[in-house]
Ligand binder design. Sequence first.
Ligand SMILES: [Fe+2]
Length: 258
Amino acid sequence: MIEVLPIFTNSPLRNLTYLIYSNRTGESYSVDPYNAPLLLGHIKKMGLKLKGILNTHEHGDHTEGNLELKEETKCLVYGHKKAKDIIPGLDETLEEGDICFSVEGETIMALDTPGHTFCHLSFVHQNPKTILGIFSGDTLFNVGVGNCFRGGDPNVLYDTIETKYAKLPDSCLVYPGHDYWENNLAFSHHVDPNHPFRDEFETTRKPFQISTIGLEKKVSPFFRRDSESVKNRLTELGNLFKNDRDVFLSLRKLRDNW
Ligand SMILES: [Fe+2]
C-alpha cells in the first residue's frame, strides 16, 4: 500500500506538502516540499528513504525545499517537461501517464493539468480498480480552484477541471497545495448565497480535514456553476454569461478580486 502523510507547514501561504511512502519498502516521495528540515525530521523519525521529489509546478512555494532535500538525501527531482529550466534541481521530466511510484499494485501517476500554469502536473494515487486520491497542487483547492495570473490561463484551467477533475470518482481524496478552506468558504458565501449544504459542511470541516471530489462537487461554486444560487448571484453582480465556461470565468475573475 501507498500511504499519505499530509504536512501543514504553518507558512503565510498555508502550504500543504505530502510525504507519500510505503511501510513495506521504506521508500518515500515528497510532493511539493516547502520546509526541508521539517520533512527530513518526518523521514528520519519514520525510518524512510526519500527516493524523489514530485513537483506539481514551478512556483517557488512548491519547490522551496528541493535543493536542500536533494543535497541531504540524494533523491531525484521530477516535474513537468515544460519546467526543464525553471524547477530547481530538476532531474527527470514527466508526461501524462508516467508512473512515478509503484507498490503492490498501487501507483502514483502523472496527469497533465495546465491552467494555473502551463507546467502543472497533478499526481493520482490509484489501484487497479479506482483512483484513490489526487495531489492537486494549485489546480484545485478546497471550495475553489487556483488563480491564473502567474503564468496561467483561466480558459485552460476550465478545460482541465472539466476534462480531468470532474471525471474523478466522488470517493477520490483531494490533497491540495494550500489550505484555503476559510477564504474560499467566505467567497462561496458571496457568490453562492443560497447553498443548501454549506453551513452544515462548515461546522464539520474543522480542524483541517482531507476532502473528496464528491464533497467538492457539493460545496464549491466552481462545481456548482449550474445552480440557480450561483447563476442568479452572478447576474446580480453584473456578470454576463452565455454558457458554462463563462460562468467559470466570471467566478475566477471575482475570486481574483476578492
Ligand atoms: Fe502556484
